[in-house]
Design a protein around this ligand. Sequence first.
Ligand SMILES: N[C@@H](CCC(=O)N[C@@H](CS)C(=O)NCC(=O)O)C(=O)O
Length: 199
Amino acid sequence: MELLGSDASPFVRKARVLVAEAGITDVPYVQVTATPMGGEERLNSANPLGKIPALVRDGGPTIYDSNVVCRFLDDRAQAGLYPAGRLWETLTLEATGDGIMEAAVGIVYEKRLRPEELWWNDWFDAQWLKVTRSLDALERQWMSHLYGPLDMGQVSVACALGYLDLRHGDRDWRGGRDALAAWYKRFAERPSMVATAPE
Ligand SMILES: N[C@@H](CCC(=O)N[C@@H](CS)C(=O)NCC(=O)O)C(=O)O
């Protein structure tokens, strides 16, 4: 079994944090390149969508996307990061983190891949609004869940915030969100987060 990914990807980081938290030692991490304009052949033949993470399994089809990979690895290791008693909240929180990543990654791809004269600033603004609305919802409604026992909702939010620091550091996501910022400061000190922090 191999986990295909890349260090900067927050979606991949979710799976890597899970691997570390669950103490999984038999899933090697293999770095590949992925962009919307075409990933490398090894990735495309494993995941026809050309996206990471992808988990190549012995004796079974490759699985993707990050939610499926995380559910699979959690189930296999019996790690309990999708607790039955608060499953819908955990999945919704995970979806919120994932949605922040999608919008934030999308802006980066557009700016990197599309010629500047074709940039559409209203679209960037609309994507960033999704991010800020979601951050406000986390600050307003999710703090007690975030401080609860570890689950994949928290991991997803933390990986999303780490990505905002990495690629959107100039936008000050912490401004006016003291509770979320304080939670993230502590969560980012977990060994699993430190070990997977992108350069
Ligand atoms: N919904 C997917 C999103 C994964 C994703 O977009 N990963 C990016 C890297 S951060 C990627 O593979 N991009 C290549 C592409 O869009 O073709 C998941 O949760 O795994």
